[in-house]
Structures are given as C-alpha cells and as structure tokens.
Write a protein that binds this ligand. Structure first.
Ligand code: ZN
Ligand code: ZN
Length: 375
C-alpha cells in the first residue's frame, strides 16, 4: 500500500519563489533603471557576510558541532544573523544537521540525503513535511539549555521580519532609497545566501574529491568553498565534524575558520577543537592506498602483484611510523603538562621524536613516489 506524500509546504515554496524572482530579476532591473548608492553596496556586503557567517560559524560550527566556544556577544550576533538568514531557528537547523551527520546518505533518516538527488538535497527536502526533518528535541539538549537560542526560537519570525524588512527599509531610507534597500539588502542578499548555503547540502555531496573517506557522499571542492565561506571542504568535515576547520591547509579558502581564529585572538572564542594530525594523515593515507591498489590492479598480472606488494609494504611501514610518532607525541604532551618534572626525560623524548620524524619524512618521500607513479 503506497503512503500519502507528506504535506506540501506552499508557504516555504512562496518564500523561495518570491525572494528568488524579486532578488534575481527585479533588483537588477531596479539597479539598471535607478542605480544603487555606494552606501547600499557597502551594507549589502556587510549583510551578506553577517547572514552567511552566522550560519557557517554560528549555526554550523559553533552550535551544531560545538567545535569551539564563543562569547555571549558573538552568540547574540549569530542568533540574530540566523534570523536574518531565514533558515529556521538554530534549534531546528542544528537538530536536522546533527541527524544529517548521524544518518548521512540514509534516505529515510538523513533530512537532506544526497541519495534522493541533487534537487532534493538542495531545496526539495524543505518543500514537504518529511518526518526526517521534524525538530527532534532529543538531539539538541545542550542547545535547548541556552537562553539566547530559546529566545531566538520563540521570537524567530518576528526577528526575521524585523531584520529582513524593517531593517533593510531603514538602511535604504538612510541613503534616501528605502525600496532599493529592501530589494538589494532584503531580497537579493537573502536569495543569494539561501542558495549558496544550500550548496553545502547539494553540490558538496556530489562534486569534488574524497581525500579522507569514501564512507559517505561528502566531497572536498575548492569552488564550492568559494561560494560557501569555506564549507566546501565537506569530505574533511564529514570525517572530522568536531574540528573547527573545514579547509585544513592554510591556503584553502575557509573564511569561517579565519573568523573563528580571529575571534580567538580577540578573546571572544575559546576551546577550538582540532583533530589529531596523525588521525588526519592516517585517513588520507588509507584513501591513497585504496586508489593506488585500484590503479595497479589495471596493470598486467605479474606487474600488478609486484607493485601491490611494494605498496602494501610501504603503507605498513608508514602506518607504523605514524602510530609510533603519535604515541611519543602523547607522552611528550603529558610531560609538558607536568611542566618541570622529569625535564631530562622530556629532552630525550624530543630527540626520539626528531629521529622518528626523519624516518617519517623518508617514508613519505617513498609514498609520494608511488602516488606520482599512479596518479
Ligand atoms: Zn553534509
Ligand atoms: Zn556539519
């Protein structure tokens, strides 16, 4: 017996349709015929950043994943920015997102499962009352205890309306162009922010590489990162979800990470969580080994066996080296905590670690030879 489809959300569709058509068609027409002042363009950038970063640094990394702690003032700025973003309250958003990570790619339980297609994971999941996207208070007890988020949940639509309509009209009026303010700062900013954020659920699960894990559909993609304040490094994120970074390398575009680091420098963020470097490296190596084994299996049988055994041998040595390095590092960190005690032991440990690091560099060099050979 087929089940009736969940209720269609005409109200949600109307919000997307009205903001999309107005923001992407009416605003350009208004701009061409009336022009926008420098003040409005400046406010447009400010509101774009406030909206986007409140979702990525606030809803996502701070609240959904607890990847760091933030000062009260910052939490208020993110809570208001979340209302500006019109992506539901932090409670609802984070409840869905925690379920997404827990049941990733499970069509019945992941609210925006990539298995149901690109359009579904981008926007379709919000257009019906699917059971998987119902607020589950059981998976956000920590957020329900936060009075700022309780206030935001309770006054969500009033705050959203005030920020998206009244504030944008007022900012426009300051430059003598209230309608221009509503169009550019309200509709266009909202339409752009909606779809770029939605790319994290859609494109970031379809397009890109899987350097850390292939246990789910999440991908790393530098172009998606450019559009999503750094959230395009989604393969890393799904592998180490509690890490405050998504772009691990310094050159990877991750302004959300840069914001969190800047807040920490200013004393407004603390307890920034990072995954252990050896764990990241082990995941990366395991994926490279998988690709190498697959590539050599295409060679003639005799060659394939020779290469395969060389790769497995080098992989085992590199793995053992990394595990030993991690063990020594743990010891060293524990000794450093004890400060003055057993100083000589610490020095000796450092020397052993350096020796091991040389071994590690040698094995990494060997490994690069294989990956270059079969790239
Ligand atoms: Zn995801
Ligand atoms: Zn996440």
């Amino acid at each position: 017996m087929s089940q009736a489809a969940p209720r269609f959300r005409w109200d949600v569709l109307s919000i997307f349709a009205i903001t999309g058509v107005t923001g992407l068609l009416v605003t350009p027409w208004y701009g061409l015929t009336h022009g926008f002042s420098g003040w409005l363009w400046m406010m447009f950038v400010v509101m774009l950043l406030w909206n986007g970063l409140s979702i990525t640094a606030g809803y996502h990394r701070l609240w959904a994943h607890r990847a760091y702690a933030a000062h009260r003032i910052i939490r208020w700025i993110f809570a208001l920015g979340g209302a500006l973003a019109v992506q539901n309250s932090a409670w609802v958003w984070c409840s869905n997102h925690r379920r997404h990570h827990r049941f990733v790619d499970d069509d019945a339980q992941d609210p925006y499962s990539a298995g149901k297609g690109l359009v579904f994971s981008h926007i379709g999941w919000m257009l019906r009352d699917h059971p998987a996207s119902k607020l589950d208070e059981g998976n956000i007890p920590d957020l329900m205890a936060d009075p700022i988020l309780a206030w935001q949940h309770q006054h969500y639509w009033a705050a959203s309306f005030s920020l998206n309509v009244i504030l944008t009209l007022a900012l426009g009026a300051l430059a003598g162009d209230a309608i221009g303010g509503l169009l550019l700062l309200g509709f266009t900013r909202l339409a752009l922010c909606h779809h770029t954020t939605f790319f994290i659920n859609s494109l970031a699960h379809f397009w890109g590489t899987q350097p850390y894990s292939d246990r789910n559909s999440a991908r790393d993609n530098g172009i998606v990162a450019l559009l999503t304040y750094g959230e395009g490094f989604h393969n890393f994120h799904h592998t180490f979800a509690w890490d405050y970074r998504n772009g691990l390398k310094w050159y990877q575009f991750d302004p959300t990470k840069w914001l969190i680091q800047s807040l920490a420098l200013a004393g407004l963020a603390s307890r920034l969580k990072t995954a252990a470097p050896e764990k990241i490296e082990l995941c990366r190596l395991a994926m490279q080994r998988k690709h190498l084994v697959r590539s050599v299996s295409l060679l003639p049988r005799i060659d394939a066996e020779v290469w395969r055994s060389r790769i497995e041998e080098e992989y085992a040595q590199l793995n053992a080296c990394l595990h030993e390095w991690a063990r020594l590092r743990q010891q060293w960190l524990a000794l450093r905590k004890g400060q003055l005690q057993q100083r000589w032991e610490e020095t000796e440990l450092r020397a052993r670690m350096r020796e091991l690091e040389e071994h590690l560099a040698f094995h990494k060099h060997q490994w690069r030879f294989f990956t270059a050979q079969f790239a």
